[in-house]
Design a protein around this ligand. Structure first.
Ligand SMILES: [Zn+2]
Ligand SMILES: [Zn+2]
Length: 281
C-alpha cells in the first residue's frame, strides 16, 4: 500500500493513497510535491473545510488544466454535505474556472454514503463516517473497504482438497460468504474517533495534534495517547499512523517513539514528523 503523507498541524495536510489514486485532503503544496502524480489523482476526499486541508485545491485544479498532452482526466472531489467553507470554494471555482479542459465534479457526502472504487473480483468502495471537530462545521472520515470472500464457519474444517472439489462442483457460493474488510481508514481532524467507525481496519490514520492533554486549549483535536487508545479499542490489525502533529513537538518525537515501543502494542505505530513528506511502500 503506497502512501505519500504530508502533515503539519495548522499548516497543511494531504495524503496520497496510491492503490486507488485518491488524495485525502488537499492542503497547501500537495500538487507541488506530488508533481506528475497530481495528474494521476482520480478522487479527492475532503474531511472538512479548514484552510490547512483545502488550500492546495487551487493549485491542483489549475495544474491539471494547464498541463500539455493527454492528461485530461476527470476529477471528483467529495466533501461533507453542507460544509460552509467548501461551498464557498465551489462557488469561487465556478466563477473563476469556466473553461476547464476536464470534467470536475463536486460530490457532497453524508455519513454512511459509499463511493465505488473498483469493480471485479474484490470490489472496493469508500464509506464516509462521522467525526467531531469544529462546532457547526460538518466533518467526515473515510474508510477504504474491500469486499472479500471467506469460508463459512461450518466449512472451515475442510481440507484444501475437499474445498477444491466443492468449488469445481460449482458450490463456491454455498461454502463461502462475503465480508467487508476495512483496509485503510482516514479520520481527518477530529477528537478521538469512535472505535466502532474504524473497527478492525488494517491501517488507521488518526490525527494526534497534541502529545499532552494540558497543551490542548479547545476540545477539537486528539492527543497521540488518545489515538493509540482508539486503535486498541478498534483492534487495528496492522498499523496506526499518527498525523497532524504540531510542529512544537518535532524534537520530542524520538522520545515519544521510545515510550510507544515500550507499550508492546499489537500493531505498528508511526508518527508523521511535521513538515516532512513521508513516502511509504
Ligand atoms: Zn487541520
Ligand atoms: Zn481542522
Amino acid at each position: 500500500m503506497k502512501l505519500i503523507i504530508y502533515s503539519k498541524a495548522l499548516y497543511s495536510t494531504w495524503i496520497y493513497y496510491s492503490p486507488d489514486r485518491i488524495l485525502f485532503d488537499c492542503g497547501e503544496g500537495a500538487s507541488t510535491q506530488l508533481e506528475n502524480k497530481a495528474f494521476a489523482i482520480r478522487h479527492v476526499f475532503l474531511s472538512h473545510g479548514h484552510a490547512d486541508h483545502i488550500s492546495g485545491l487551487m493549485g491542483l485544479i489549475n495544474i491539471r488544466n494547464n498541463a500539455m498532452g493527454d492528461r485530461e482526466k476527470d476529477l471528483y472531489i467529495y466533501f461533507p454535505a453542507g460544509n460552509h467553507f467548501v461551498s464557498e470554494l465551489i462557488a469561487y471555482f465556478a466563477r473563476t474556472n469556466r473553461r476547464l479542459r476536464y470534467h470536475l465534479e463536486w460530490v457532497p457526502l453524508n455519513p454512511g454514503d459509499r463511493v465505488p472504487l473498483l469493480k471485479g473480483r474484490t470490489p472496493r468502495y469508500i464509506e464516509a463516517f462521522p467525526t467531531v471537530h469544529s462546532q457547526g462545521e460538518q466533518s467526515l472520515g473515510y474508510n477504504v473497504v474491500e469486499v472479500r470472500r471467506r469460508l463459512r464457519p461450518e466449512f472451515q474444517q475442510l481440507s484444501q482438497q475437499e474445498i477444491v472439489k466443492l468449488v469445481q462442483e460449482g458450490r463456491k457460493d454455498e461454502i463461502t460468504e462475503e465480508y467487508a474488510q476495512k483496509i485503510f481508514s482516514y479520520g481527518g481532524d477530529s477528537v478521538p474517533l469512535r472505535p466502532a467507525t474504524v473497527a478492525e481496519t488494517e491501517v488507521l490514520l488518526h490525527e494526534a495534534t497534541f502529545l499532552a492533554d494540558e497543551d490542548r486549549k479547545e476540545y477539537k483535536h486528539a492527543t497521540v495517547w488518545e489515538a493509540i487508545e482508539v486503535a486498541q479499542r478498534a483492534q487495528v490489525k496492522k498499523e496506526l499512523i499518527c498525523f497532524h502533529i504540531s510542529s512544537r513537538y518535532r524534537r520530542e518525537l524520538p522520545k515519544v517513539e521510545k515510550k510507544i515501543a515500550s507499550l508492546g502494542l499489537p500493531f505498528k505505530v508511526t508518527l508523521i514528523p511535521p513538515g516532512e513528506v513521508v513516502i511509504r511502500d
